[in-house]
Design a protein around this ligand. Structure first.
Ligand code: NAD
Length: 261
């Protein structure tokens, strides 16, 4: 008996084998979940389909989360394919590259709306569309970053978006709690992915991170996968509305100092 056997999990946000969503998918598969995947658009299918098939998945559907009709279509198809869903993972974020450098006050109105739409509202929209087929005892999970709470230079509008996403986690947890559905987020330390490479200065931040964090190690997508299994299995049956850090302890520091060589 594995921790997720008998559970259907839908994973939004695999772009390639470096994606955090892929680390989560592998961990779920190892724990016996039946997986379905949704990817951003036709361009990504070539990468996502073979990955999904390697974990035995046959449900592989495109969905641009900026489009309500795409979201509804995936929900309808998931209902037909699985009946009910136990787990939904939202591992999606986007802001224009020009918003992720320089001062935050230069954020454009368009750029602000786009980042909030793709990175925040989409989680709420997915929760709404899938709510009729979420099985009691189910779990929703999203991914956030410490830049929601403290200033991370260049993270800018994404930091503001993550703050709103974390608030959404709490409101959704309140809404869905009476139905026995839990909603949580993982706040991940820096990981080298496609999305992260869009943040100006990310490489430097990544390079220094393991020297500053208490555990002195970088975070991997497999580390995130392990905590995702906890948050989406009955191990965390009474945990909801929480932001769980998987960041080698970085967030506990008031004043990071590199260790002496
Ligand atoms: P990634 O680039 O692999 O994943 C981002 C995903 O968002 C991609 O699959 C992309 O296709 C998807 N996406 C973007 N726009 C979309 C749209 N309109 N419709 C559907 N999907 C769309 O990078 P990642 O680092 O794995 O990012 C996953 C999540 O983790 C994001 O929310 C990110 O902010 C968060 N996160 C990342 C880090 C890090 O250091 N990599 C740290 C903390 C949190």
């Amino acid at each position: 008996m594995t921790l997720l056997s008998g559970k259907n999990a839908l994973i939004f946000g695999v772009a390639n084998e470096r994606s955090i969503a892929w680390g989560i998918a592998k961990a779920f598969h190892a724990q016996g979940a039946t997986l379905g995947f949704s990817y951003a658009g036709e361009l990504l299918e070539r990468r996502v389909r073979p990955l999904a098939e390697s974990l035995g998945s046959t449900f592989i559907e495109p969905c641009d989360v900026a489009r309500d009709e795409d979201i509804q279509q995936v929900a309808d198809k998931a209902s037909a394919a699985f009946g009910q869903i136990d787990i939904l993972v939202h591992s999606i974020g986007y802001a224009k590259a020009e918003e992720l450098e320089g001062p935050y006050y230069r954020t454009s109105r368009d750029g602000f709306h786009l980042a909030m739409d793709i990175s925040v509202y989409s989680f709420t929209a997915l929760a709404g569309a899938f709510q009729p087929i979420l099985r009691p005892g189910g779990a929703l999970l999203t991914l956030t970053y410490y830049g929601a709470e403290k200033v991370a230079p260049n993270y800018n509008v994404m930091g503001v978006a993550k703050a709103a996403l974390e608030a959404s986690v709490r409101y959704l947890a309140y809404d869905l709690g009476p139905r026995g559905v839990r909603v949580n987020a993982i706040s991940a330390g820096p990981i080298r992915t496609l999305a992260a490479s869009g943040v100006s200065g990310f490489k430097d931040m990544y390079r220094h991170f393991h020297r500053l964090a208490p555990l002195q190690q970088n975070v991997t997508i497999d580390d995130i996968g392990g905590t995702a299994v906890y948050l989406c299995s009955d191990l965390s049956a009474r945990v909801t509305g929480e932001i769980i850090y998987v960041d080698s302890g970085y967030n506990i520091l008031g004043f990071p100092i590199p260790p002496c060589d």
